[in-house]
Structure formats: C-alpha cells, structure tokens
Design a protein. Structure first.
Lengths: 178, 745
C-alpha cells in the first residue's frame, strides 16, 4: 500500500483536512478526495489546460502539482468562482455561448480570472497569451476571447457592449430569410 | 380520426422562391416556411445548460464515481505487429489491489497484434496506482513480426502484410469512361491542370478522452459514457454482452467532444461492463491521453492524383481523379472527390483505393472523406482556373449552378475584400497577402427515428424529453426553443432532459443529423400538447379551438381580442395531472421541398512570411446555409468551431508514425499541435436561412459542412500570396519554403 498523508488544504477559502496517498496530485485530491469535479482531467501531461486552478492567485496545472506542496496555499477552483451571483466571466461565457462541450471551460475561466485580476484592461494579445496553455477543440476560441474581454470591462465597472452586437473580431450579422 | 390538411408553402431563399402545396395529416403542424413569423426560433438564446457548464456543475463521464468504484484499464502490446504467445492472467489477477481481470478472448479481441497499443487484457483495481503497477508488471510474451506502420512501408515491394495475406493495397477499379476522359484531357483542346494533393492523418483529440463507467444492479446494467450515440451504445452492449436492451440504461448527459470518434460502445465499455460484473463493483475506464490519441480513431490520410480539363467557356469538360486513403487497420478511407461542382458525370473518371498500415484504425471524423476531398478538388480547381486565366471566384460561378452557393460566392467575395486581390504571385517582399475560396455541400436534413415527449402540468410547467446526447452544440436548448416557439413560452421557462436511454429514442450524432431529426419531433409533440390545451381553453372561453393561438405566454383568440388567458391559467384547466404527447419524426418530405444539399462557401485571407514559411490566417468568412436557424447563438458557434478545426487541419495537425518502432510519435497534445487562441484570425459568419421545407421546422444540420472548405480556402490564399501551390497539408513552414524554392519565388 502506498504511504498516506493527512494534510489541510485551503480550497475556495474553506479548510479541508484530507487523508490521501502521498503521491497524489492536486488534481486527484480535488476531484477524488474533495469531490470537486469542476476541475477537469484532460491529459495529465500538462498539455491541455483543462485542470487549471489558481494557487495563491497564479494559474497552475493541477495535474503537475504534488498536492502536499500546496498545503496551506490558497487554492481556487471553478466551484468557488460564483459568489452570491455568477462571476462576470461566468455570465459572459454563458451569454456568448463560449462553452460548447464545456470541458475546457473551467480551466479557461480560472486562467482568465488570473489575467483580469493582474491586468484589468488586457489587450487582445494579453488574452491570447494568458489562454495559450488552454486548448479548446469545439467552441473555437473566438467567443472565449470576446467573453474574457467583456468580463474584464464588467469587472472594471463599465457596462461594456455585448461583443456579438459590436464585435471587433467575430462579427455575426443577422440575415433574415425572405 | 386523422384528417389530411393541405398547406401552401413558400420555400427557398430570397431571389429563388418555390411555391408548393403539401398535404399532411392534421397531427402535423404547418411546416415553417419563408412566410412564418417566428417569435423564438431563429433568435439568440443562451444555452439552457450554460450555467451548469460555467460553474463546474455539469457532470461528465470522467466525473462519475459510483460508490465502491474500481479503476479499469488495459495491458497493451508495445509492438506494431506481433502474435500474442502468452499472458499470465493469474499473476495479473493476484497483483496487489487488482479485483478483476478479463482476457483478450473474452473481450473478443484478436490475439494477432496489428498496431502498437492494441489491448491484450483488461483489469480493474482499487486504485489507479494499483492498476498502473499491475499493468507495468504484467507477464506477456510476443512473437514480434516486421510491420508496415507507414504508407511508404506498406506500399514497398515485399512489404509486411497488415491483414493476413490480403495485400496492403486495394486499388480502385478503372471506370469505363477512363479512356474517353483521358482522350479529352490529351486532345490539346482543353486547358489541363494536373496535380497530386496529399492530406495527413488527423486525430480527433477530444478534450475528454473516451471512457465509460459501468455499474450492475442485479441484472440491470447502468452505463455512463462519453458518447455521440446513447442508443447505439445500448444496442452494441446488448449484443456484445448478451443482455437485453431493456436491461441496459446508457447515460451521457454531458460529453467532452466527439467529432465522430464516439459513436461506438468501444471495447472499453464492454470491458468495463465485464469487469464490473466479475468484481461485483462499479468499474470506470477512462483512456489516458496517449491511448486516446492512438486507439480511438482518426481521419485517414489521402493521396489524390488529379487532372482537370477546362474548355474555352471556362467550363470543366473532363476530370480524372485517383484517390487512395489509409485507414490503418480499419476500413473506410474513401475520399469524397469529386463533389459540389457541375462536372459532367460521363466525363469524370474517378478511382478510389485504400492502403492498409499497422496503425490505429480510422473512424468517422467530422464530414468523413470531405475535408480531404475538398483540399484535393479545390487545389486542382484553382490550378485549372489559373491555366484558363480565370479568376477563382468567377471559375466557381461558372461551374456551380447551385443558387444558394452562387449568392454565397458573391457575398463572400465582397466580405473578404476580393477586389483587392492581386494576381497569383504578384505580391513581393517578405510578407505577402493572398485570398482564397472553397465550397461545401452536405445533406444533414435528418430523419427517423426520433421521438420527443412533451408534457405540460396544471401548474403551468412544461417539460421536453429525448434520450439522445448533446455534443455541446445545444441539443437541450433546441428542445426548449422549438417547444417554446410552438407553445409561445420563453425557452428559459421550459424544463428539458436529454442523454438517457430511459427517455424516448433519438439519433446518433453523426451526419449533422441530430438537430434536424429531433427538432421536428419536438415541434410535433408540443403541437399535440398545445392542441389539447386549446380544446380546454375553447370550452372555457366559449370559442372555437381553431381560432386560438399560443403566443407570448398567452392562449388567445385570433378574432376576439377579449378572449384570452395566460398560459399558466390555461394549464389550470387541466383537471388531473398533465397533458403529454410523443412527437415522432417522420421521413423528410421529398417532393415539395427546396433541397439540393446544404450549401456553404468559405473565403480566406492570409499573410505568408516568405522568409520563414509561416502562414498566418488574417480573416475567414463563412457563408452557410442552415435551413431555418433554431438558435442563432449556437448555430454561429458551430460555424466558428468548424472553421477553427479546419484551420488547425490546414496548418498544424498531423499524426507521425515512427518507421522503426511503429508507434505514433506525437501521441499527446504538445507534439500533436492543435490551433490555440493566438492562431485565431478575424472571423465572420453569415448564416443563410434557407426555408428548405424538408420537415416541419425546415431545419438542416451544420456540424460538418462548416469544416469542409476551410483548409482548401486557406491553401488557395497561400497560392495567391506566393504564386506557388503547396499541395500537401498541414502547410508547415518546411513545405511552404520548399514550394517557394521549387517555384523560384
């Protein structure tokens, strides 16, 4: 049997004391011991970004982090994003259809949250760079990028135009039949 | 008694209207056409499950953990060709923590190994660590044989045979018109373009890997699986396990990408079910990333050898094409070429062959055969246009009589800025800009079987249910939108359920069929429920039921404005419980329709860095016939997604097989590169709402056609920018530089 450890983690501002095999990654502890399956398992190779969480505010791939190493650190997952209301990122992603199958969404939301907290007015290049470790196979990034930009505007307290109506990037025009 | 009712419909697209009469049973609503005033359908609607997805509450198969669950996996052969000589199943079963093992024979897997990574045994253990240790320590011996993992190896003289002694190459048969076509091409009267185009093997690379959790409760089996076909999986498991379908429930409420690779139950589902039975505990098998990239299917590669002859009017007069594709150990590598254009059938000679290799087998992949066929065909089209001295858009206008695509070529050319396009190769300097165009055609109007249950309760609630799955494109939302349109209720107020085979049957999500199959059944179900409700209201308000409409949350008389009540109040008239009805998808109406395939065209603008051979796509424009749009938000999403996958196919993705070991070298998501956020161009989507009249919603599926022309349009733009044709995708810098060098540019 593998060695077990007991450790206390601060997940979404809540202390959780957990006994788990010493070799478990943060991804395994979150998903299996804490039951927080919002953080996704995509490759366990640090390549796809679906397991992105924030550790002390920095985006990290939880599949590459040994859980014991982050004992005591502030760990934020998608489950903690929603306060009394949805986070602006959650609102804009839902509104623009930036989640197709949705499997990459939690990781992207966390990477984006770190970006807009670090840089409240990100340029498009900033957004692309911040999300460059997150793959998406079906939605196709366009709406994701627009949703991050819109959420950043909302976080700054600006009302911000809904991008699909006045897009710089992904222009969609209605074209009624007849 | 069913009575027939005759409807006069206006079908088509502006500028090409067809008036038809259709007689339908009175339990079918009047089909939506160009005159239908739709309040809800065709507008933008947030997905009803969007909040589940952005909060992490959506549960995928990988998130399932029934109590007492074991972790399942496979012992796999590391050799590309071998005979399994022995495997110590006792030792495997006695490994620490292992609870059940199943051998290859029980899983009906061959013991002749034909590709690296083929499973030879399955096992379930109490932890992933125990599972991995048992796999590592498994005692297996193989007779290792020479392999042919690559096409060049498989087609070499005295190549190792992939399938017994069947021969690796299945050559296409020469068509009878070959001599005539060749004579025309060689006559000197036609301008002839000649080219060999090549496309690569593409893997689906779904972010959620393939996998299944299985749990027995007595004789009943519950399966959670990441699937594109809940009912298909149920049928395959029933046959594979010898269990009746009524004893199996397949659940797939959320899934993380499929693109064609998740139709079947897969050996992992059969293994999970057998292991769970043996262990007396639930078993979950999720393939890891490497297993997923090598052993769950791919888009076959292709070699397309083409000659196209153009007459003095700029019309294609003769076409010869010989295709071969490589399905690995699978079947079905055929390339769809020719397609779309008006190439005279008696002057087309096409041959299709296949080459078997010792590599993971092909599976359906978003528009099987088409993106590769499009790359080949549009390559020779552009070269033929160049030979004939005709602009590529003009050449397509002359050779494509489809009315909708004619509009799309013209509109797309304006949107991309085609007027700024210089002649091929006229650009100079390090960064050169070019423009390209390509077209798409698809079926995608769905059909039986699909049944949808609609229920309204006396508290005013509405529920719509179907057992098919959602690939993420918005199937749940579609049910709510269509029922909402019929009943005059906002979709956000409607409860929906999908992804469970205990609910009414739905299609597998392939051929862009899901929306087009389910939507008409949903509409019929809501229509039938609404009709019953109207009968109650008619009695209450003392009017005729035929005079009532359900619109804007009310049931109101068309002729007497005073006779109206809210939908909620109307539901209170339901004395006991609820009203429910099952809508059944009938076959598409063939005669009275406006259909000649689902039409699409795409345009690309690129900049090529001629010092480094890097292609940057600046802009893509997609013009896509969608039938009548159900939800504009999700329809656009489908088009964006298709274009991005096409861009990724054009520039980055390629499976590499090692010549010596016969392994896929880049079986991960780092070395198998898919497009990322920084690769995104500016994109514009124009949806063409074509009232096709094929079914009561005039809906058409668009999952697949939107990926077909992207790579070809980008290749055309690279050609225009550089003056040389890159005839092979992905158009990586090495190929671009080589083409520039060879072309003296």
């Amino acid at each position: 049997m593998s060695e077990h450890v007991t450790a206390t983690y601060r997940v979404n501002s809540e202390g959780r004391t957990i006994a788990h095999p010493a070799h478990h990654t943060l991804l395994e502890v979150l998903r299996e011991a804490c039951g927080l399956t919002g953080t996704k398992h995509g490759c366990e190779l640090g390549e796809c970004g679906t397991c992105t969480v924030l550790i002390d505010g920095e985006p990290q791939l939880s599949c590459l982090v040994l859980a014991r190493e982050v004992e005591g650190a502030a760990i934020d997952t998608v489950e903690g994003l929603e306060g009394r209301d949805l986070h602006p990122l959650q609102k804009t992603f839902a509104d623009l259809g930036a989640a197709q199958c949705g499997y990459c969404t939690p990781g992207i939301l966390m990477a984006a949250k770190a970006l807009i907290e670090r840089k409240p007015t990100p340029t498009r290049a900033d957004v692309c760079e911040a999300l460059s470790g997150n793959l998406c196979r079906c939605t196709g990034y366009i709406k994701i990028i627009e949703a991050v930009e819109w959420a950043a505007a909302l976080c700054r307290g600006e009302s911000g135009a809904r991008p699909a109506d006045a897009s710089l990037y992904g222009v969609c025009k209605e074209k009624p039949h007849g | 008694m069913k009575k027939d009712k005759t409807h006069k419909l206006k079908l088509g697209y502006k500028g090409d209207v067809k008036e038809v009469e259709i007689t339908l049973p009175d339990d079918e609503p009047r089909p939506f056409d160009m005159t239908s005033k739709l309040d809800i359908m065709g507008k933008r609607h947030q997905k009803v499950d969007a909040v589940m997805k952005v909060t992490g509450r959506a549960k995928y198969t990988h998130d399932m953990k029934p109590a007492g669950m074991l972790f399942g996996g496979f012992v796999r052969c590391p050799h590309a060709k071998a005979n399994l000589q022995s495997i110590d199943m006792d030792k495997l079963a006695k490994s620490p923590g292992v609870k059940a093992v199943v051998d290859a024979e029980t899983l009906r897997m061959p013991t002749t190994i034909r590709y690296a990574g083929q499973p030879v045994a399955a096992l379930a253990a109490e932890s992933r660590q125990a599972l991995e240790e048992a796999i590592r320590n498994a005692d297996v011996s193989y007779e290792v044989l020479p392999h042919a993992a690559r096409v060049d190896q498989a087609t070499a003289a005295d190549a190792p045979q992939v399938h017994g002694n069947r021969g690796n190459v299945r050559a296409g048969r020469d068509p009878r018109q070959l001599a005539e076509v060749n004579a025309a091409l060689n006559s000197g009267k036609l301008k002839v373009a000649e080219v060999v185009a090549r496309t690569q093997v593409q893997t689906h690379s779904c972010l959620e890997t393939h996998g299944t959790a299985a749990q027995w409760n007595g004789e009943h089996l519950t399966i959670w699986t990441s699937t594109q076909a809940t009912f298909g999986v149920r049928g395959q498991l029933a046959r594979g396990l010898g269990v009746s379908e009524s004893n199996i429930t397949v659940i797939g409420e959320f899934m993380g990408g499929g693109f064609g690779s998740k139709f079947g139950a897969g050996y992992w589902s059969l293994a999970a079910a057998r292991l769970a039975k043996k262990a007396g505990a639930p078993v979950k098998i999720m393939l890891d990333r490497r297993e997923d990239q090598t052993d769950t299917g791919n888009r076959p590669d292709s070699i397309q050898d083409m000659k196209m002859g153009v007459d003095g009017d700029g019309k294609i007069a003769a076409y010869s094409v010989s295709n071969t594709g490589t399905p690995g150990i699978g079947r079905g590598a055929s390339v769809t070429n020719p397609m779309i254009y008006d190439i005279p059938r008696d002057m087309t000679a096409s041959r299709r062959g296949e080459v078997a290799t010792n590599a993971g087998g092909a599976q359906a992949f978003r528009a099987p055969g088409h993106p590769q066929g499009s790359f080949g065909l549009e390559t020779v089209m552009d070269l033929a246009a160049e030979k004939a001295g005709i602009d590529p858009v003009e050449f397509r206008l002359r050779n494509d009589s489809n009315f909708v695509r004619q509009q799309q070529y013209k509109e797309g050319a304006k949107k991309i800025g085609w007027a700024d396009r210089k002649k091929n190769g006229a650009a100079t300097g390090r960064f050169r800009t070019g423009y390209g165009v390509a077209a798409a055609k698809w079926g995608g109007t769905g059909g039986p079987r699909a049944e949808v249950l609609c229920r309204i309760t006396n508290d005013g609630s509405i529920e719509v249910r179907n057992g098919a799955q959602d690939l993420g494109v918005g199937t749940r939302t579609l049910l709510a939108v269509v029922a909402g349109e019929e009943l005059g209720i906002d979709p956000s107020q409607i409860k929906t359920a999908i992804g469970n085979t205990n609910d009414p049957i739905g299609p597998g999500s392939g051929g862009s069929r899901t929306a087009a199959s389910i939507a008409p059944a949903a509409r019929q179900a809501a229509f039938l429920v609404g009709r019953e409700l109207k009968a109650l209201v008619a009695q209450h308000l003392n009017c005729e039921a035929d005079d009532l409409v359900t619109k804007g949350g009310k049931v109101s008389s068309l002729t007497d404005g005073k006779k109206s009540m809210s939908f909620k109040d109307a539901c209170r008239l339901i004395r006991q419980g609820d009203i429910s009805a099952v809508g059944k998808r009938v076959r598409n109406w063939r005669d009275a329709t406006y259909m000649n395939g689902v039409a699409g065209a795409q345009f690309a603008k690129v900049t090529v860095d001629c010092d480094f051979g890097i292609v940057k796509v600046d802009k893509l424009v997609a013009l896509q016939d969608c039938g009548l749009v159900i939800n504009r938000l999700t329809a656009e999403g489908q088009v964006f997604g298709g274009m991005i996958q096409g861009l990724s196919y054009a520039l980055f993705e390629e499976r590499h097989m090692d010549r010596h070991l016969g392994h896929m070298i880049n079986s991960d998501l780092e070395m198998y590169k898919i497009a990322g956020p920084a690769d995104m161009p500016e994109m514009e989507v124009v949806l063409y709402d074509v009232a096709n009249g094929a079914n009561n919603c005039s809906v058409a599926g668009i999952g697949e056609p939107t990926m077909i022309p992207t790579a070809a349009a980008i290749a055309g733009a690279v050609h225009n920018a550089t003056g040389v044709r890159v005839t092979s995708i992905p158009m990586t810098p090495d190929k671009v530089l080589m083409a520039l060098e060879e072309g003296g540019k």
